[in-house]
Design a binder for this molecule. Structure first.
Ligand code: SF4
Ligand code: SF4
Length: 404
């Protein structure tokens, strides 16, 4: 496991374990700590153990000097923003480490810096094909195992806590937020499309998802072993990297449109284009957690006042104050509505039978799913790519000639 991956993973898991402890879930903290230490020891990778110790020291030191931050007791908005920036920083560092590794390969030298396998998260089609291979053939891919692990991680977050991945972890969502704020500084007006245009535009991401699913499902199972052992799959990550680092004119026009969309409308990219957002939107219907408005406490019903602070805070334009349960596939569980509500008990993220998940609770769930599964995959030997560096060095020289 690369340095950036190890540090991020250990910090996240030690922090989520400490949050369990601070929330009074002592048994949960004990189970989490046991799993974490057990998996680290079972990995037989001593740097991981060292990083675990350093992560414990860091989290303890932060707890000493910044207890509110360490206990995640702030407003939901603050907790979410810290989480988003943590993920964005880690992905940025992963990108830098990946680029250095690829640079060495391109120069024909064995890289002294490891390739971060988590970069395979950007290969959702490969992940889908690998999942199909596991389910239909019992075949486990050795070239990009992290692709299917990360696909399962994202799917699981959707099933458990709606589109919290989009609202709390996705660095593209955060970048879009900054672009939108920048645009608002220049052009103040809110330029929302009418509902009859908004709905078909929202369906675009589902069409894109359908096209990607078609690529996966239309591949006959008998062809999958050939595909997974082929050169195209071996360098799928490098092809993706080149696509982003040296984009063609068409790709540049596409990126500009996406940036314009993100700047034009808050969450414009997530709402209209992102196929991952579409996948999570579908998964979110399975989640038992929803934003629920308690009419006994809401100012509208309990005091007869007029209030729509939750609706005005919602980046997805959901009319929160007129509904009891938010079922919308656009809800990213961002909890901005909860943060904006003046009545503490009027809005929560909860199940139908009243199990509530605070912002801190959601953070624990998200960090546990997103980091414990990759750790188990790593310990089980299904994380690190087995493609030898000399094969990659050879293939990277003829990337443009390698097709499906
Ligand atoms: S309904 Fe609440 S949690 Fe859902 S997107 Fe809107 S503000 Fe965020
Ligand atoms: S902000 Fe709170 S009190 Fe106001 S309408 Fe929404 S849920 Fe009710």
């Amino acid at each position: 496991m690369s340095t950036v991956e190890s540090i991020t993973l250990m910090l996240a898991l030690v922090y989520s374990t400490s949050l369990l402890y601070w929330s009074g879930k002592k048994w949960g903290a004990l189970v989490s700590a046991t799993l974490l230490v057990g998996a680290t020891l079972a990995s037989f990778f001593w740097p991981l153990l060292l990083i675990l110790l350093v992560a414990v020291l860091i989290v303890t030191a932060v707890g000493q000097y910044q207890p509110t931050f360490a206990n995640a007791e702030g407003r939901p908005n603050t907790i979410r923003e810290i989480c988003q920036h943590f993920f964005a920083l880690s992905i940025l560092l992963v990108g830098v480490q990946y680029a250095i590794n690829a640079g060495f390969l391109y120069a024909g030298e064995i890289p002294w810096i490891m390739r971060p396998d988590v970069g395979d998260a950007f290969l959702p089609i490969a992940g889908g094909i690998e999942l199909k291979a596991i389910l239909t053939l019992g075949l486990w891919d050795q070239n990009h195992p992290a692709a299917v692990v990360m696909l399962c991680v994202v799917l699981l977050t959707g099933i458990v806590c709606k589109r919290a991945f989009c609202g709390w972890a996705c660095p593209l969502g955060l970048a879009g937020e900054y672009l939108y704020k920048l645009r608002k500084k220049v052009v103040h007006a809110e330029l929302l499309p009418p509902a009859w245009i908004d709905w078909p535009l929202r369906m675009l991401k589902y069409l894109l998802l359908a096209a990607l699913c078609y690529l996966v499902f239309s591949m006959p199972s008998a062809s999958i072993p050939h595909y997974l052992s082929g050169n195209y799959h071996k360098v799928a990550d490098l092809k993706m990297a080149i696509f982003f680092m040296m984009p063609s004119i068409t790709a540049l026009i596409g990126f500009s449109l996406i940036f314009a969309l993100a700047a034009w409308r808050r969450q414009g990219f997530c709402r209209y284009i992102c196929p991952y957002g579409a996948l999570l939107g579908i998964m979110s219907f399975l989640s038992p957690f929803k934003i629920r408005r308690d009419t006994q406490h809401c100012l509208i019903e309990s005091k007869g006042m007029s209030c729509d602070k939750c609706t005005r805070a919602c980046p997805a334009n959901i009319s929160v104050h007129t509904q009891k349960n938010i079922r919308s596939d656009e809800c990213q569980a961002c909890m901005r509505c909860v943060s904006a509500c003046p009545k503490k008990q009027a809005l929560h993220f909860s199940t139908r039978n009243g199990i509530k998940l605070s912002a801190r609770g959601l953070l624990i769930v998200l960090l546990t799913i997103m980091f414990m599964l990759p750790l188990f995959a790593y310990v089980g030997g299904y994380w690190h790519s087995q493609t030898p560096d000399n094969i990659k060095m050879e293939l990277i020289q003829k990337l443009d000639r390698i097709g499906h």
